[in-house]
Design a protein around this ligand. Structure first.
Ligand code: MG
Length: 399
């Protein structure tokens, strides 16, 4: 116990890079002492804000900031129905902020509080895409020249460049053709291995866009290119197919960015059906559950690869990197990059240098928010388009 209590929970919505971010600031009874946490659910940001402002704030004002585990359990159980993305992201915002506060009170960076460093910096993978094979190859080489050893390759974005021939009257949406995507992806790996070579670790994100039996075939066909990992080969609803894939190929498998509920990952881990866990930490409820998940995976020989795209705030990236610094079973960290506008709004953001990301060694998460700067970049309203994905005949499919 600390005798420092939660005074207020404040929700800050900002979009410095054009993506809606939600950060929660937990203010305490101690003047000047506060913490920050990532609550980013970019496509439902107002729902998360309402959850934090209207439900978590009244629940938690007056609680001792030291009691993170108890506060996490109360937040999770208080709504009775649990494990949903809106509640989990709001919980994460508070949870990360409480870890930030604990680090500040202990005068330790979070990685020290969680057990100390296993490494000096965190190796990352970058994203190489392109409209042509030549463009993808030149983007891979550019990252290699910058010292990055791991590159995710895509040809024409998620679902590939094939859009298919639409029937008359087909609704608007983002169209893709799974068969062409599979052919193109095998061709992409052939081209990159022939023209760039074997001195780079290659990754690929299937983004759950192929039917399960074709996913089995794709993982087998890609085996000869020796991927670092193949990501989101199946939708969470089809996870049982990993048992079949496991019997067919040694292509390493990464899974988890859509997971909300421990029941989505526990059997995959306990049965060693995946090689990398890559949950979106705010989506599962913050550092408290992520730390437990990391330790569970260690026991089963599964490595971490936390989700690190543009729809994570720099506060969330800092949380990822602190856990990466500690984990003996760290695998790789996705790094979408933090540009100038984000760094201006979030001073102390982690920094990429020579293929490694370095996190601030200031107490807690080591990152701050300039609320005046954040207010200059309001979140966008309206309907999300990129998730309106369809097969060539117009059938709605997983994004
Ligand atoms: Mg992904």
């Amino acid at each position: 116990m600390s005798n420092v209590t939660i005074r207020n929970i404040k929700t800050i919505c900002t979009a410095p890079a054009g993506i809606n971010l939600i950060v929660i600031k937990v203010e305490t009874s101690e003047p000047g002492l506060y913490g920050l946490g990532c609550a980013t659910f970019a496509y439902r940001h107002k729902a998360v804000r309402l959850m934090a402002d209207e439900y978590l704030c009244p629940l938690l004002v007056g609680c001792d900031v030291a009691d993170i585990e108890d506060i996490w359990q109360i937040m999770n159980n208080n709504s009775y129905w649990r494990n949903g993305p809106i509640t989990n992201n709001a919980i994460s915002g508070v949870d990360m902020a409480l870890w930030d506060i604990k680090g500040k009170m202990a005068n330790m960076p979070l990685y020290d509080l969680l057990g100390g460093r296993s490494r000096m910096a965190v190796k990352v993978y970058r994203h190489a895409d392109g409209g042509t094979l030549e463009q993808v190859a030149s983007n891979v080489k550019r990252f290699m020249d910058e010292g990055v050893g791991h590159v995710r390759i895509q040809w024409g974005g998620y679902g590939g460049r094939g859009r298919g021939k639409r029937p008359e009257g087909a609704p608007e949406g983002v169209y893709y053709d799974p068969d062409q995507y599979i052919r193109d992806t095998v061709g992409l790996f052939e081209y990159i291995r022939e023209n760039v070579g074997w001195e780079v670790e290659l990754l690929h994100d299937t983004h759950e866009r192929v039917p399960p039996i074709k996913a089995v075939g794709l993982a087998k066909e890609l085996e000869r290119f020796r991927l670092f990992f193949l990501e989101d080969l199946l939708s969470p609803e089809q996870s049982d197919w990993f048992r079949i894939i496991r019997q067919q190929t040694t292509t390493p498998l990464a899974m988890g960015e859509l997971f909300n509920n421990p029941k989505e990952w526990d059997y995959l881990i306990a049965n060693r059906l995946i090689d990398f866990i890559r949950v979106h930490i705010s989506q599962i409820g913050g550092i408290t559950p992520a730390r437990k998940l990391m330790i569970l995976c260690e026991a089963f020989g599964i490595r971490t690869a936390w989700h690190g795209p543009g729809d994570v705030s720099p506060v969330g990236h800092a949380a990822n990197i602190h856990l990466d610094m500690v984990a003996p079973n760290f695998g790789i960290q996705e790094w979408a990059g933090i540009g100038d506008r984000l760094s201006e709004v979030f001073p102390g953001s982690p920094e990429l240098r020579g293929g490694y990301v370095y996190v601030s060694d200031k107490p807690g998460l080591g990152i701050d928010i300039d609320e005046t700067a954040a207010a200059q970049y309001p979140c966008s309203e309206g309907v999300t388009v990129w998730t309106q994905t369809r097969l060539p005949d117009g059938t709605a499919n997983t994004p």
